[in-house]
Design a protein around this ligand. Structure first.
Ligand SMILES: [Zn+2]
Length: 360
């Protein structure tokens, strides 16, 4: 039994997630704080409408046998993807048997902790198709919330218990002691990084703490000094909380065909949306040639180009101009008769609707 300060009848400290440290976000000199905040909040998120393919390491890919999950665990992870998707979000998830085609690559290496990279870091920080972007380090066959939690990181969600607005004052030595025991056996550094450290206020979405979030660890008694209401611990209700659902639909709202604007050659379309929101365009070239797709105006954007093939959007190219004086730009040969989808997420603009998008 862990020797934490748990009172009689309380359960031992459970297994906790060891989130991978996100890649730092860098800015050109002189980028103002408000602009940095908007970029930091959005930069790890996917453009809405992206299909994320997931892959389970298996006996056919040359990976270590210890990376393979059993059927029950794999099934739990699939159900966890469904739990997010069933909120009606604009992202799509699909299992693939080809790891070179998968953004999310999942292993079940026991003893390696349960973790994921954050959002688009699964592309930017994990260059090899042979590497995992997510791991489950203990038996999760009856722990769907662990799978929902790790997928939450992949969608760009941070840890809620590190929300600075929670106002949590830890009994730090009690936390370090509890986490140094099995099953976590964490170093002080790991405990500091995953629990004690507060996420900077400019990196969290809302200003309200959500103790029921699936992104919140449960804590037993004796680990929290303040607020007094949490001295006996925090035990999230389980599953996605009302705020989790609100958060994910704000970042990835449902997409319908009426959300798409037809881009006409050399005619600019206004980016008349708020920071954090996204505009979606369709372009159908009448001639095969190289085209430039570009944003104009003082905006920070993420622009991604897909080709729509049999109703599926296949990624072609992307550009992120955030925190620079440049604009997002894609220069590619596009083919007559094909259909292209351009998604532009607005991180920041100096004036609402001051920017536009054009293909020429
Ligand atoms: Zn986590």
């Amino acid at each position: 039994m862990p020797t934490n300060k748990a009172t009689a009848g309380a359960t031992a400290t459970p297994h906790y997630c060891t989130l991978v440290t996100p890649l730092p976000v860098t800015f050109s000199p002189g980028v103002a704080e408000g602009r940095q905040r908007m970029i930091i909040l959005m930069v790890k998120k996917w453009v809405n409408g992206t299909k994320l393919k997931y892959y389970f390491f298996n006996a056919n890919d040359g990976s270590p046998a210890t990376w393979r999950g059993n059927a029950a665990e794999i099934n739990v992870v699939k159900q966890a993807f469904t739990a997010w998707k069933s909120q009606g979000i604009g992202l799509e998830f699909e299992e693939t048997n080809d790891r070179t085609d998968a953004e999310i690559r999942i292993g079940f290496l026991r003893g390696d902790g349960s973790w994921s990279y954050v959002g688009r870091d699964i592309i930017d920080a994990v260059p090899s198709f042979d590497e995992r972007t997510m791991n489950f380090g203990w038996d999760i066959s009856d722990e769907i919330d662990t799978a929902i939690h790790e997928i939450g990181h992949t969608l760009g969600a941070p840890h809620e218990h590190q929300n600075p607005f929670a106002g949590i004052v830890w009994d730090e030595e009690a936390v370090y002691n509890a986490l140094a025991q099995p099953p976590n056996s964490w170093s002080r550094e790991t405990t500091y990084h995953n629990i004690i450290r507060k996420i900077p206020a400019n990196q969290v979405e809302g200003t309200v703490h959500d103790p029921n979030s699936v992104m919140h660890y449960p804590f037993g008694p004796g680990m929290i000094l303040e607020p007094a209401a949490f001295r006996n611990g925090i035990d999230p209700a389980g599953g996605l909380s009302a705020k989790d659902k609100e958060f994910i639909k704000k970042i990835y709202p449902p997409l319908t065909q009426t959300d798409y604007v037809q881009l006409k050659l050399s005619k600019s379309e206004l980016m008349d949306i708020k920071p954090g929101e996204q505009k979606n365009f369709i372009f159908k070239p009448t001639m095969s040639r190289k085209y430039k797709i570009e944003t104009f105006g003082t905006m920070d954007t993420l622009m991604v180009l897909f080709e729509r093939i049999n109703g599926q959007d296949v990624y072609m190219s992307g550009d992120d101009d955030s925190g620079t004086d440049f604009n997002s730009k894609i220069h590619l040969r596009l083919l007559k008769g094909r259909e292209y989808v351009i998604r532009v997420r607005l991180y920041y603009s100096t004036q609402g609707g001051s920017g536009s998008v054009m293909v020429y």
